[in-house]
Design a protein around this ligand. Structure first.
Ligand code: IMP
Length: 209
């Protein structure tokens, strides 16, 4: 019987990428199966802090509700760091265009704000990286999650291109390529991405258990 992983995310793109990268050895659930689970305020100052918060919040809630006591809870916190913006949008990536910075904003609005912030900057001033931190917690146990990290270096395009992916993918050109993740599509993204790198570390760790 394969072990079960609950992906503590309501972002279907993220959940889909995680499932296809980790593979069929596991069965998966997402937050969609637990609509009553409380929303987590992602107010930590680091990706790791938010990933741990999301994982432990769900562990705790599942425990209290006796919904699940076996398997793993996987939380991914990720975002984009642009060098010339001193690492912004960083942990604010999902809500970069939001007025108060509290609510998530649409991908289109976030991309538009980023392009505005970088207006007039040439390619060598548009260097950036995606970062992903995964917190893996055991269901039923309120103990410190295991952390796995990955990053992907690249630059921000002058305009959005491509239909694949989500978030900043239409603006992010990985190093050694001339096209955005939005254009390159899932196969290439699954080799190069920050999430793929973090999940490779996680997979190695799971394989040794
Ligand atoms: P989180 O759900 O709080 O981790 O927010 C992640 C945000 O970072 C997303 O809403 C996207 O804007 C951005 N992001 C994270 N990973 C990716 C990716 O793989 N492609 C594009 N944008 C991403």
């Amino acid at each position: 019987m394969p072990s079960q992983i609950v992906i503590a995310s309501g972002n279907s793109h993220k959940a889909h990428e995680i499932q296809s990268l980790l593979g069929k050895e596991y069965t998966y659930l997402t937050l969609k199966s637990f609509p009553e689970a409380p929303e987590v305020k992602e107010d930590a100052s680091s990706f790791a802090g938010n990933a741990v918060k999301k994982a432990l919040s769900l562990v705790n809630w599942l425990k209290q509700n006796e919904s699940l006591s076996e398997g793993w809870i996987l939380a991914d916190d990720s975002g984009l760091e642009v060098d010339v913006l001193n690492g912004d949008p960083g942990v604010h990536s999902a809500r970069y265009a939001s007025e108060q910075g509290a609510e998530n904003s649409t991908d289109e609005a976030n991309n538009a704000r980023l392009l505005l912030e970088l207006e007039g900057k040439e390619a060598h001033h548009r260097t950036a990286r995606f970062r992903c931190v995964i917190a893996m917690a055991q269901a039923g146990e309120y103990s410190q999650p295991h952390i796995f990290e990955g990053s992907c270096e690249g630059r921000i395009a002058q305009s959005a291109t491509g239909e694949h992916g989500f978030g900043y993918d239409p603006l992010f050109i990985p190093n050694n390529y001339n096209n955005s993740f939005g254009e390159l599509g899932p196969e290439i993204k699954s080799e190069l991405s920050h999430r793929a790198a973090a999940l490779r570390h996680l997979k190695d760790w799971l394989d040794k258990l």
